[in-house]
Structures are given as structure tokens and as C-alpha cells.
Design a protein around this ligand. Sequence first.
Ligand code: SDX
Length: 442
Amino acid sequence: MPHSTAHNQPAPAPSSVGAATLKIDDRTMELPIVEGTESERAIDISKLRQETGHITVDPAYGNTGSCNSAITFIDGEKGILRYRGVPIEQLAERSTFIETAWLLIYGQFPTRKQLSSFSGLLTTHQMLHEGLRNHFDGFPNTAHPMAILSSMINAVSCYHQDVMDMEDDETFESAAARLLSKTRTIAAAAYKASIGRPIIYPRPDLNYCQNFLHMMFSLPYSEHEPNPDVVDALQLFLILHADHEQNCSTSTVRMVGSSGANLFASCSAGVCALWGPLHGGANVAVIQMLHEIHDQKITMKEYVQRVKKREVKLMGFGHRVYKNYDPRAKILKGAADKVLATLKVHDPMLDLARELEETALEDSYFKDRNLYPNVDFYSGIILRAMGIPVNMFTVMFAIGRMPGWIAHWREQWLDTASRIARPRQVYTGQTLRDYVPMDQRG
Ligand code: SDX
């Protein structure tokens, strides 16, 4: 049943608030200035090349807006993060991952009926086609779970041709439910395959998070009963990772989707972008960093000196947008204590992380560069407490980020004016020259 029209609109256009004057040689031109609902301003250069023959250049796009979006708002200076206008702190406290996923994708809180129907769809689509289960045997058990996840997401679409030609919102909802639900099943199956254990079928009586833990830790002869505190910690982890506006992997999903590529292909590309250690792979790099400090008995002051000498980066610190404490890191730091206490787990890595943060933030090198803990600094501590192996940490980030990728893909899909993304460049290579025959090449 298609949802109310409020769910089917592309991002509204920003308002015009004036113009900037650009002077090139003896010419001047007016460039429109637009303003978003949170008073962010941008200079619209969409007519620049046509009118001046010039392009802009902005490597890594630090100053460039790629789109209008109504999904997530970040104020990096104030450390604010809101999904569809709702503060992350409230969602972390009161929502569930699937309710948050609906909010991100459709822009409104789901009614009880909508949430129940969507949860039903997730249950309907939680299993993998039996033909897909054999794929896991084809990966070596040393295969990285992110490689398995990105390839299996595309493999799933081979069994659901309808996701290729998305015509209407019903097909979209079914594809989104499939992707959200099967990403979780693929992740658990990849883990089981990597440790040579049988892949466990999902259970229809468990919710999203309970089912994931069941598929990760049950055995054919021994049912894993998920600890409610671990389920809550997983819920929190996934909510905090669900979206983050135009980050590297989400921009990848939009870039791939802009060519008309289907939802699965676009999100599979997002998994690959997230894998990098500067992005979602940082949660693994943080734990590796803490282990190195612990095992090699490096003092915090020594490690900070190494960072200042640029021998190493302080992984889990710094952010392109946040020039203040990442609000997600603040929540995860508080939750880490609580999760470890309820699970009666003592993790020396948490003490190390806290000590490292304290030592770093006492040093002007970090404050001068606005370097604070980001979402990855404490997240690994919580994953460890849940019994998730380190090589699955970035997969957990991908499971969390899937609703955001789906929401951004849909927002672009709904925008009938959107065009294929195709940046320009400044060419600095060889100017015109002729072919050189082999015997004249010296
Ligand atoms: C995520 O974009 C998102 O929203 C991402 C994310 C999401 O939810 O999608 O929030 C998830 O990816 C979080 C970031 C995880 N990555 C890490 O923790 C890796 C470590 N951090 C850095 O690599 C870095 O801070 C980035 C990649 C996060 C941001 O890089 P930028 O914006 O390109 O910053 P920069 O490299 O220009 O750094 C500015 C200065 C430099 O010093 P100077 O040359 O000016 O003297 O800060 C320094 C950098 O050397 N610096 C660091 C540092 N991060 C930046 N120095 C030491 N350790 C660090 N971690």
C-alpha cells in the first residue's frame, strides 16, 4: 500500500537569499546564494562553466555541496546530529533501529501499523535463497567479511530481478526490506563460514537485533539466547551508525545510483567505500592501535609524540565535519561503561582508550586541529563486549549504515530532475604530441 504523499517527495529546494558577485578579468557575474532550513548557505555554481568557461576545483569536495538533502543534518562546530530533524540523543535513548530506519527512509515516524508491516516484510525477506548459501563455500575462510558482504549483496539481486527496474514505491519498499534484512543474514553467514561453522537460519520470532545475534552465535545443537543487554547495545550501535549525510560511502551510493544503477549495486559500492581505514575501517584500526600500545607497553605520552611527529595517526580521532566532539562518540563512551558493567566484563582497552583521549585532549596539537574522538573511537569496545570479532567490526558499521544509504538512494531516485554525477577536472598532463614509433623511442 503506497504511503502518504509525505513519504514520496524529493528533497525540497533551498531558498534564494541573494547573490555573490564574481569578477573574472573585466567581467562580473552574479551567482545565486541559497540557504537551507538550518541557515546553511551555498553559492550555486551550476551555471558557472556555461557563463564563464571556468570550473571550480575542490579536491575531496571539502567545500562542495553535491546535492540538496532533507535526511540528516550535522552542525560540525556545535556537535549536532539529527536524523530528519530528530536529535540523535533522543533516538539513541528511545527508538529502535528499524523505527529509525523507517524515519530515515520515509521522513516521518512510522505509525504502529506501518512499523508492524515493515517489520513483517523484514521477516518475510530474512532468509537467503538456498542457491546463495553455496556461494559462502566459494570464499576462502580468510576472506574479509566486507569483501563477502559487497559481493553477496549483488549476488542477492540476481535472485530478485524486480529490484533492477524499480517502478513504484511498493517495489522500492520490498527491495529496501530485502536489502536491510538480508544484509544482516549475509553478515552472520560470512562470520560462520569464516570459522568453519554451519550457517544458521534466521528465526521469525526474533526481532532484527536478536535475530542477528542468534545467527552469529547459535549452533545447530545449541540455541543462543541473546542477552537483552547485548541486544540493547547492538540496537544503540546500529542507530548511531544509521546515517551521516554526504560521507564518503553515502556519496558513493548516490554517485553510483545517479547512473540509474539499482539499489543493491549502489549499496554494494557503498560497502566498498566504507571499508577504507579512514572511513568505516577505522573501528578496526582503533582496536589495533590500542592493542599495539598495550602489547608494546607504549606510554600514552610516547604515542601522542609519535602522532605529533606524523609517524602514526590517532585512529578514531578527527573528522571532516565535526570540529567538536562527535555526539555519537559521546554516547558510545557513556554506553561502553554501562555495557561492560551489565555484562560484567572488564576490558583493559576501554581504560587505554580513555587514557589516550585524555592525554591527547590535554595537548594543543589536537585542540589546535579540532581533533576529537569520532564515532569509531569507542565503538569497537562495545562490539568486543558483545563478542563480535574484530574483522566483523566494519561489517557492523555497514549493517548500521544501510538505512542511510537506502534513504539517500531513494531521495535521489525520487528527484526526477537529478542527473548522472560527472565531475570535471583540471587537466595538467601532456599537451598535444604525435605517436612515437618503437624504433624512435630510444
Ligand atoms: C568516519 O564523513 C563522515 O561523516 C564519516 C563518518 C560517518 O559516520 O560516515 O563519521 C565515519 O569515517 C569517521 C572517521 C573515521 N576515520 C578515522 O578515525 C581515521 C583517523 N582520522 C583521520 O584520518 C582524519 O581525521 C579524517 C579522515 C577522519 C578526516 O580527514 P580530513 O578532514 O581530510 O582532515 P585532514 O587530514 O585534512 O587533517 C587536518 C589536520 C592535519 O594536520 P596538518 O597537516 O593541518 O598539520 O589534522 C591532522 C592532519 O594531519 N589530523 C590528524 C588526524 N586527523 C587529522 N592527525 C593525527 N591523527 C588523526 N586522526
